[in-house]
Design a protein around this ligand. Structure first.
Ligand SMILES: Nc1nc(=O)c2c([nH]1)NC[C@@H]1CN(c3ccc(C(=O)N[C@@H](CCC(=O)O)C(=O)O)cc3)CN21
Ligand SMILES: O=c1ccn([C@H]2C[C@H](O)[C@@H](COP(=O)(O)O)O2)c(=O)[nH]1
Length: 277
């Protein structure tokens, strides 16, 4: 995870002081990229313990097309609670756009089903994309997440908004554009999630895994994460764990939490940090 730690250090030492929507304040850089070879292990941060349970459940929740936090909460995951309405709704966020993008006539597009068919049938295609940036459903930044949901809009606009996969020499690589990335809390989730998603797609399409590439627009450290970032930078990274998927489910939609095992994850202790809402 050298690249992640280098980016953390660069942001901490050279980032521009910048205000933000949450009123917290950040150090920020614009336009950075990190990449990981999935053959070298699962790119999980080892300089603090990550809650992989939350990451796996969140990915399965996206794939269900679900946009209500009930499934997450029932599984002990609370990472989306701050943005939901009293009934748990988040509006047409990731799951809705991935599985049920609405066309002008009200027709529905399932981007995930199309992606798997595309990779299986035409691996050389340069159109293996999932986009979350549906302009018609974007929220009004002057209103609260809950008000936006009441108006039929997303609680938050997608941060990880453009995915692309690429097949060459029997290997599947994944690339992700993140327009705004909370380097301490969000980025480790986004990296791990893309890695696991890429392993799942590769398994479904009988491919090996290649690389993942994360491209970031506004790359920021919140001012109340500076001390936590410094602690992490003093720690020595450990060996990467490995992801085992215990069976091959019938489709990309049939994975269960119990199908995933992360072996050899021996990180430094967890470092807690407040989330900017
Ligand atoms: N400011 C901010 N940063 C984010 O990363 C973020 C948002 N907002 N809003 C939407 C989603 C929600 N995500 C989140 C939310 C909370 C944690 C978090 O608090 N993580 C803790 C552990 C909490 C847990 O898993 O139960 C951590 O230490 O990693 C991480 C990602 C990513 N996104
Ligand atoms: O997957 C995610 C989701 C969210 N984030 C972070 C990035 C920002 O800190 C906030 C979103 O605030 P905006 O004002 O809408 O940019 O959430 C992330 O890093 N990863």
């Amino acid at each position: 995870m050298k690249q992640y730690l280098e980016l953390l250090e660069e942001t901490l030492t050279t980032g521009c002081l910048k205000g933000d929507r949450t009123g917290t304040g950040t150090k920020s850089l614009f336009g950075r990229q990190i990449r990981f070879n999935l053959q070298a292990g699962l790119p999980l941060v080892t300089t603090k313990r990550l809650h992989t349970r939350s990451i796996i459940h969140e990915l399965l929740w996206f794939l269900k097309g679900d946009t209500n936090i009930k499934y997450l909460n029932d599984n002990g995951v609370s990472i989306w609670n701050e943005w939901a309405t009293e009934t748990g709704e988040l509006g047409p966020v990731y799951g809705a756009q991935w599985r049920n993008w609405k066309g002008v006539e009200g027709e529905s597009y399932d981007q995930v089903t199309a992606l798997i068919a595309g990779i299986k049938n035409n691996p050389d295609s340069r159109r293996h994309i999932i986009s979350g940036w549906n302009v018609a459903d974007l929220p009004d930044e002057t209103k609260s997440p809950q008000e936006n949901v009441a108006n039929g809009k997303m609680a938050l606009p997608p941060c990880h908004l453009l995915y692309q996969w690429y097949v060459a020499e029997g290997k599947l690589s994944g690339s992700l554009y993140i327009r705004s990335n909370d380097l301490f809390l969000g980025n480790p989730y986004n990296t791990c999630s893309l890695a696991i998603f890429t392993h799942m797609i590769a398994q479904q399409c009988d491919l090996d895994v290649g690389e993942i590439i994360i491209s970031i627009g506004d790359c920021h450290l919140y001012s109340n994460h500076f001390e936590q970032a410094k602690i992490q930078l003093q720690r020595e990274p450990k060996a990467l764990p490995e992801l085992i998927i215990k069976r091959k489910p019938d489709s990309i939609f049939d994975y269960h939490f119990e199908d995933f095992e992360i072996v050899g994850y021996d990180p430094h202790p967890h470092i807690s940090a407040p989330i900017a809402v």
